[in-house]
Design a protein around this ligand. Structure first.
Ligand SMILES: C[S@@+](CC[C@H](N)C(=O)[O-])C[C@H]1O[C@@H](n2cnc3c(N)ncnc32)[C@H](O)[C@@H]1O
Ligand SMILES: [Zn+2]
Length: 262
C-alpha cells in the first residue's frame, strides 16, 4: 500500500518530493532524512520536540485508554456530547463519504482507526490513517489486520506538517480531533493544502456548551480538551478556504461536510 502513496508524498522537514523506498523506511533524497517503518507504520513525525502534546492527548495515549477507546470511551463520550448513539454518527459520517472518497482518502487523527476501517471498506482506492500517537496507530494496525483490510496505510505524522504533496486527497475525514489540536487553524490550512480543489472534508467536533460552562472551563483550562464557538468555527472554515455544504448539530457535537472554495 505504501508504494501507492509514495508518489504523492513530500518530506515534512524540507518539503522535498524526491522520496525513495529503502528497506528500513522512506528516505528523503533532498535532506537525507530516513523515516523509519515500524510494525508496518511509516513514522514521519520528524522533529517530535516541536509537537505540543496536551495533557488530554497524553491521557489518550496511555495503554488502558487505548485499549478501551473505541468500544467504551468514544461511545460514552459521544453519547454524553450528543444524546444519540455513536452508530448513528458513524452512519452520518459514512453517508458523507459515500461516492466522494475517490482514489485517495485521508482519515486525519485516525486514533485506533474507528473511521479508517469503514472508510477503507467503502472505498476501492487507498485510505491513509494518520495520527501522531504510536500506541493509537499500533491499535489501528491490529484492528485493520484482524478485519483483513488491505487498502489502508497508517502513517505517524502531525496534522500541522502533513507528509503529502498539495491536492493529494479527494476526501479528508477528521472526527473527534479538531477541537483537541493545539492549533486547529494551522491544521485546517494544511487540510486545504492536501485536499484536491474538487474534494470534500468531513469533520465531527465539539461546540462549547452554553450550560455546564464550569465543566467546559475545567476541561479546556486543565486538560486542554477544546470547544469551538459555532459561529467562530464557521468563520474559521471560511478563512481557511472552505465552504460549508451540510451540517448537523446534536447538542454539543457538530458534524459537517465542507468543500474548498474554488
Ligand atoms: C479523540 S481521538 C479521535 C480518534 C478517531 N478519529 C475518532 O473519531 O474516534 C483524537 C486523536 O487525535 C490525535 N491527534 C491529536 N493531535 C494531533 C496532531 N497534531 N496530529 C495528528 N494527530 C493528532 C490523537 O493522537 C488521537 O488519536
Ligand atoms: Zn527532506
Amino acid at each position: 500500500m505504501l508504494s501507492k502513496i509514495i508518489p504523492y508524498m513530500r518530506c515534512p522537514k524540507c518539503t522535498g518530493t524526491d522520496l525513495s523506498r529503502e528497506p528500513a523506511g522512506l528516505s528523503c533524497k533532498t535532506c537525507r532524512t530516513l523515516y523509519p517503518m515500524r510494525s508496518s507504520i511509516l513514522d514521519m513525525m520528524g522533529n517530535e520536540k516541536e509537537e505540543v502534546i496536551t495533557p488530554f492527548q497524553r491521557i489518550m495515549q496511555t495503554p488502558p485508554i487505548v485499549a478501551i477507546y473505541e468500544k467504551i470511551w468514544r461511545r460514552i463520550g459521544y453519547y454524553l456530547a450528543s444524546s444519540r448513539s455513536f452508530s448513528r454518527e458513524m452512519q452520518t459520517v459514512i453517508e458523507h463519504a459515500r461516492g466522494k472518497h475517490g482514489e485517495r482518502a485521508l482519515d486525519l487523527a485516525c486514533g485506533p482507526g474507528v473511521f479508517t476501517r469503514p472508510l477503507a471498506r467503502l472505498s476501492d482506492g487507498l485510505v491513509i490513517g494518520l495520527d501522531l500517537s504510536m500506541p493509537m496507530l499500533l491499535r489501528a494496525r491490529k484492528c485493520l489486520q484482524k478485519e483483513g483490510i488491505q487498502n489502508a496505510q497508517l502513517i505517524r505524522a502531525t496534522a500541522f506538517h502533513m507528509p503529502f504533496a498539495d491536492s493529494t486527497f479527494q476526501y479528508v475525514n477528521c472526527c473527534g480531533a479538531l477541537h483537541l489540536f493545539d492549533r486547529p487553524e494551522t491544521a485546517l490550512v494544511e487540510i486545504a493544502r492536501v485536499l484536491d480543489s474538487k474534494g470534500f472534508l468531513c469533520v465531527q467536533t465539539t461546540i462549547r456548551p452554553a450550560r455546564s460552562a464550569g465543566i467546559a472551563y475545567f476541561l479546556e483550562r486543565f486538560i486542554r480538551f477544546g470547544f469551538f464557538n459555532e459561529e467562530e468555527l464557521k468563520k474559521l472554515l471560511h478563512q481557511c478556504g472552505f465552504k460549508l455544504i451540510e451540517s448537523q448539530r446534536n447538542r454539543i457535537s457538530f458534524t459537517f461536510l465542507a468543500k474548498p472554495v474554488t
